[in-house]
Design a protein around this ligand. Sequence first.
Ligand code: FMN
Length: 151
Amino acid sequence: MTTYIIYDSNYGSTRMIAEKIARSLPVEATVLHVRDVDPQALATVDFVIIGSPTIGGQPTEAIKTFLHRIPAPVHPGAQAAAFDTRLNWKILSRFSFAASHIADSLRQQGWPVALEPIGFFSKGARSGTVQSGELERAADWARKLAREMGN
Ligand SMILES: Cc1cc2nc3c(=O)[nH]c(=O)nc-3n(C[C@H](O)[C@H](O)[C@H](O)COP(=O)(O)O)c2cc1C
């Protein structure tokens, strides 16, 4: 099974979560910054997990461009999942977050999305780190993903 975790990250929080998910999966997962992946390479991947910081309620431009360019999966049973990082500010809860947009784009490109998109809280907009307990929550989400993968 080929598993890719593709992320964008301006300050480091999203990369931190991507790496934690990779370490928490029982299968080997390749963690790649979005600028280092050719979208066409995704065609033959079995499981792809895509993560972005939330910027103005959306994924980053790099993630949005990438998602427009990915092909549908070749392997039957291939699945995807989406996460973001975001601020834990009550006022923002009325707006959208990156993960749901990522999940919508994945579905539009023909990728079934396993599990609900999820968000993890950063300590601050440019802190480059996440709130206490968020790495554990990422590990927990990874274990749920593993069950969706059949592990
Ligand atoms: C310019 C800017 C816009 C942001 N917009 C939002 C937003 O709309 N909603 C939100 O929850 N967080 C927002 N954030 C917070 C980031 O999504 C959050 O801090 C994220 O973890 C940063 O990820 P990174 O460290 O991987 O770059 C914004 C941060 C910046 C710098």
